[in-house]
Write a protein that binds this ligand. Sequence first.
Ligand code: ZN
Length: 411
Amino acid sequence: MLLRNAVSALALVAAITAPALAAAPKPKPRPAAASELIMLDTHLDTPVNFGRVDWDIMADNSADPFSQVDYPRMVRGGLTGGFFAIYIAQGPLTAEGYAAARDEALMRAVWIREMVARHSDRFALAFAADDAARIAAQHKRVVFQSMENSYPLGEDLTLLRTFYDLGLRLAGPVHFRNNQFADSATDTPRWHGLSPLGKAWVAEANRLGIMIDASHASDDVFDQLLTVSKTPIVLSHSGCKAVFDHPRNLDDGRLRKLAAAGGVIQINSVYLKPRTKLDPATRADQDRVDADKDRLSTLSAAEIGRLKAEQRRIDAKYPPPASFDDFMANLLHALKVAGVDHVGVGADWDGGGGVVGMKDVADLPKINARLRQAGYSEADLRKIWSGNILRVMRQAEANKATAAKAATPAG
Ligand SMILES: [Zn+2]
């Protein structure tokens, strides 16, 4: 493990000193057909699997209860790519906690680069909105990077620049618990919105051209982001309160405000129904599996094998509470309230997503069939699957350019 980390750290240094974008050849691909649907999911937790000894993105991992995204299933489901999340579990809000999380997050960014480098004939890193069509035209999968929970930045906002240089283009301030930047939707309010550091985080993300992700943030944070951020807000994986009343979901009033401000909500496949109440023994088993799921990269193949068997046993006893119909109700409600220019998909694959009838990305064509059935056109589908998120990304890029110009002293 040590050796692997040492090698990877060298790769990281090389990555920072020689950005891949500058080094990448600029082939002239054939233009993508107008009918070609670029399908991007804005929250793929797949990098959690990149460090596993028993997992290969080029293999079909359908039988693995911890895997919903791999190359064969992306191809089958038509998923062009998306935002691969750098997610590190939140520890204590201390200098030591921040430093440990920062190192892990940097390693996660390295894993993403290593995966793409290893399979550069199938995947390509994307850094700008225009990269999506260019990479799709080469018939490769599009790998944008995001950060779920900015906890690993600690109180050092210069790290946002470090991650931006590695390719970070979408970041959320907070996760399940309050942190140094903001209140969580699922914690007791501490800051009543963004902290002073959180407001500085927004300004720095705006300046760099990193889109801001309000999924997991409290309603107060959402409201403040709408006024503080110079770029429209993204919710990379969220849902509608009207479908299921849960703090992680957005009410109709806020959906309309988000749309009025030019933002997008990317609909997820969790928080659709109350969680199934497990019997106490199974609950304890599931808690143990969940704790180990965050550190799969540190386990042996035999240990992961035991965890997989345990998870399969629990899943057989307690299937997911929600169905594909519930997911579609969520998506169609958001479309009705926010409008087709402000909704996309971020199903939370490899992070708790999946419903009965749509268990992994191979099932995505079912969504398109239902959308067409509901009267949505091919142009609408293009907006939902990538047009809307890329529009916000272009705005972030334009704001960055304008701010940079304004900051340059005249003469
Ligand atoms: Zn999440």
